[in-house]
Design a protein around this ligand. Structure first.
Ligand SMILES: Cc1cc2nc3c(=O)[nH]c(=O)nc-3n(C[C@H](O)[C@H](O)[C@H](O)COP(=O)(O)O)c2cc1C
Ligand code: SF4
Ligand code: SF4
Length: 279
């Protein structure tokens, strides 16, 4: 079975999950190609459309943002669909893996309509609990340590094993967290005050801490941070992934004026040491 797993990961959780998925699926005899969605958007979709059409099953993975997929994921899917307008056909089945902090509602099924238009049906969907990446900067209780992070990842890996089996065996499991309650809450999160395309207004750079090293500008998956004179400016291109906030070496990116507290987040250090974000 040839699996093409396209993922978006803002701060590393989904990247980590997809890499573990690949290892497990390959142990079970599948052939897995991993592709980061943000790699293709600036370069053009030609290569990914060919890989999409040549695979037996499509995997899509993303972090849940307010019970929804980040805007970049929708854009990616739309671009693939446009790339297939010349009549090319892809596989009929997909699976969706999402990562979330605590509650996704029906966030894992948000691509259903877009995929249906491409003739693709979601056969397996599942949320995986991972560490938060938006932690309120001024709350310091219960900080995430490496030990906690690793314990949580071990639990997630145990759940992933079962999901890999379902995908490789071609079985069905569409899981919406807490059933109709999850559906309703997902809907509520989406009609309520939307994060979508709004968070960029709250970002800023701490004038004393920012060294203008440009790392955030280079690593932003959508090129949403611009340098204007001596100041950084966040633009509506932002996909709300919080990468800039989590990976700034000086903790200089602020949200509503607050910078990240020292020791508050660990996963950015954990993943940075293991190669995320790439490049
Ligand atoms: C804008 C935004 C909204 C989020 N909304 C939710 C949510 O509704 N439910 C949830 O459980 N986690 C939520 N999270 C947490 C992320 O889904 C979670 O930390 C995810 O694993 C991050 O994955 P990544 O590191 O691959 O970007 C949100 C994170 C962001 C940045
Ligand atoms: S990564 Fe941090 S220090 Fe570097 S330019 Fe961005 S905000 Fe400034
Ligand atoms: S500006 Fe920051 S939060 Fe927005 S897309 Fe870029 S890295 Fe992600």
């Amino acid at each position: 079975m040839r699996i093409l797993l396209c993922y978006f990961s803002g701060t590393g959780n989904t990247w980590w999950l997809c890499n573990r998925f690949k290892e497990m699926a390959e142990e079970r005899g599948a052939e897995v190609t991993l592709r980061a969605m943000d790699e293709f958007l600036p370069k053009g979709m030609g290569a990914i459309v060919s890989e999409w059409c040549d695979s037996d099953v499509i995997g899509l993975a993303y972090p849940v943002h307010s019970s929804d997929a980040p805007p970049l994921v929708y854009r990616f899917l739309q671009d693939v669909a446009e790339g297939m307008e010349d009549g090319r056909r892809g596989p009929e089945h997909a699976f969706v893996l999402t990562t979330m902090q605590s509650f996704s509602g029906d966030g894992a099924l948000m691509l259903e309509d877009g995929l249906a238009k491409m003739g693709v049906r979601i056969r397996v969907s599942r949320d995986f609990r991972m560490s938060p990446n938006t932690g309120v900067p001024f709350l310091t209780f219960n900080p995430l340590t490496d030990e906690k992070l690793e314990r949580q990842m071990a639990r997630t890996l145990a759940e992933l094993e079962g999901t890999v089996d379902l995908v490789v065996q071609g079985k069905e499991m569409r899981k919406v967290q807490y059933g109709s309650f999850g559906r309703f809450n997902g809907w509520l999160q989406r009609v309520g005050p939307k994060w979508k395309n709004r968070t960029w207004r709250y970002f800023g750079a701490h004038p004393d801490r920012c060294t203008l090293c440009m790392l955030c500008v280079e690593q932003c998956p959508t090129g949403a941070i611009e340098l204007e004179g001596e100041e950084l400016r966040w633009t509506p291109e932002c996909t709300d992934c919080f990468r800039c906030y989590n990976f700034c070496p000086e903790r200089a990116v602020t949200v509503k004026g607050f910078a990240m507290r020292e020791g508050r987040h660990r996963q950015h250090i954990y993943f940075r040491d293991r190669g995320f974000p790439p490049g």
